[in-house]
Ligand binder design. Structure first.
Ligand code: ZN
Length: 167
């Protein structure tokens, strides 16, 4: 006999993101530094982040770099450069990327009950959530009995959510 796995009534929640199909994702911070020190004067760990350096219009040296992680070592070094009378400026920014998802968010979220179902091979009563599924031929999802390992020995289906009936 087919078991219907029911939706837990008290788990039904309106999805606050219902119908939404775009998301705004903050990207990683990117920090640019500029200093009047020449690249060879920078500590070796910082030299690898240098992107360009040039003699500026006033013959002052302008070394620019981009660093991904601003840590204490970087900040302490920047302070020590400034304290020694040199120039070291830091600017951080991050971009926002808009992601468009292929599927609309559902109107409601809900959970299913976890009834026991009968394995027609070994006769064990197994909780639905304990049954794993695997794909062998790409198309069909097989259910595997956790007791005997036989495939597709259960007869159940999930209740469909219908507005008006479930709510
Ligand atoms: Zn079984």
């Amino acid at each position: 006999m087919k078991v219907i796995v029911k939706i837990k009534k008290d788990s039904i929640k309106k999805n606050p993101n219902a119908g939404r199909d775009t998301y705004h994702m903050p990207m990683a911070w990117e920090t640019t530094f500029t200093t009047n020190l020449k690249p060879p004067d920078l500590p070796s760990w910082l030299q690898e982040y240098v992107r360009e350096w040039s003699l500026g219009e006033t013959s002052s040296i302008d070394t620019k770099g981009i660093i991904g992680i601003v840590d204490d070592r970087f900040i302490d070094y920047a302070k020590s450069v400034i304290e020694s009378g040199n120039r070291f400026s830091i600017e951080s920014h991050r971009d926002i990327q808009t992601i468009r998802s292929m599927t609309h968010e559902p109107e409601y979220h809900y959970e299913y009950e976890n009834p026991k179902v009968n394995c027609s091979h070994c006769n064990a009563m197994v909780k639905v959530n304990d049954i794993s599924e695997d794909e062998f031929d790409g198309d069909h999802l097989f259910q595997i009995c956790p007791e005997c390992g036989t495939l597709d020995t259960f007869d159940f289906e999930y209740e469909k959510f219908t507005y008006g009936k479930n709510l």
